[in-house]
Design a protein around this ligand. Sequence first.
Ligand code: AMP
Ligand code: GLY
Length: 424
Amino acid sequence: MNVLLLGSGGREHALAWKISKSSMLTELFIAPGNAGTRQVGKNVALKPTDFEAVKTFVLENNIDIVVVGPEEPLVKGIYDFFVKDADLMKIPVIGPSKAAAQLEGSKDFAKEFMFRHGIPTAKYATFTKDTIEEGLRFLEGMKPPYVLKADGLAAGKGVLIPDTLDEAKKELVEMLAEAKFGDASSKVVIEQFLKGIEMSVFVITDGESYKILPEAKDYKRIGEGDKGLNTGGMGAISPVPFADATFMDKVETQIIKPTVRGLKADNLDYKGFIFFGLINVKGDPYVIEYNCRMGDPETEVVIPRIKSDILDLFEGIATRTLSERDVQFEERSAATVMMVSGGYPEAYESGKQIFGLNTPTESLIFHAGTKADGPAVMTAGGRVLAVTSFGRTLEVAVEKSYRTIENLEFEGAYYRKDIGQDVM
Ligand code: AMP
Ligand code: GLY
């Protein structure tokens, strides 16, 4: 198979690394990729949202399957673009249709979907510019803290959790009347605050059946002890110790099954990854959010724990024969620690040379934001490297990643030193 993978982060390097090990692979292309993905495939200078350019490349290079890493091309309808094009319709895209990708692209859509299908989630109401007054009154009837969510994609910044009613009211007005998040906040979802510990569950589906992948927990805040600004994710672990069989049974019966059944009942074409962002409230799972793609950095622990051939699974998704495919997992724990540029998630500098990448290591070093400069590798993003290790226990896995990081260096490098500690 010739494979085109879209994206350029740590998630894509981990996916590319796994695809490169498949016995079914002929050639792997990554668009646009990074300095890590070029070690396992061929980088091509294509923008994942430039569908016409993707089309030309796919036809010229006899691509057999397109795997989509990030959400943007999916929310913009790359799946539908292929299905509706006479030359492309036979080439499968791993990812949901535009309509189904609204599970991530619109919080209001996702909430309606969950209520329609009886999937546990926080109670909510949605407001627009025309219903600001109702929104302000609704807030008065809620208890703090207040959860306000911009409906559309807002680069991970669209959720605000103010502690006081005054702040909540001010934010609501800014979001709706002053377009704080542009178009994304033309609708705002206000929901009940849920108290618990978060984790993520990943599923692949062909629209009929599904396979549950290893679960993971990520570390979103920049600072140790989960303090400071939100980031794209500073590390991840898998498995998650508190997600025991009882909890995971509830996740499957109360959340995964009704979601896959609901997609089918609503005629929402879905052939790809479903990311369930969950919160454990006194032993019961609730959905905080859906994503229509894999998580980053969760992919860097989940994908290495899959022992099966990933192209066999993708072929199962594409041909609706996923139920006939076998999926095996690595028993050992995995942990990934993210090395980021100094200053991230606020302003940071790029273009710093990275040293130590060739030091022998037991870890997998996935590139998140890097760029090749001749033989040198330079930083090219906030999140730079995701260092993944396996261990008999979580403690061993985390320890190995920290040991590998001691040999990696770039000016201003920062990482959290407490990944996994809250659940050990
Ligand atoms: P989201 O983009 O919907 O995942 O929200 C971002 C973050 O806000 C989540 O990871 C949670 O930490 C927090 N959050 C969102 N919704 C709620 C809620 N209903 N209760 C408590 N925390 C929430
Ligand atoms: N790590 C969270 C995400 O990928 O959305």
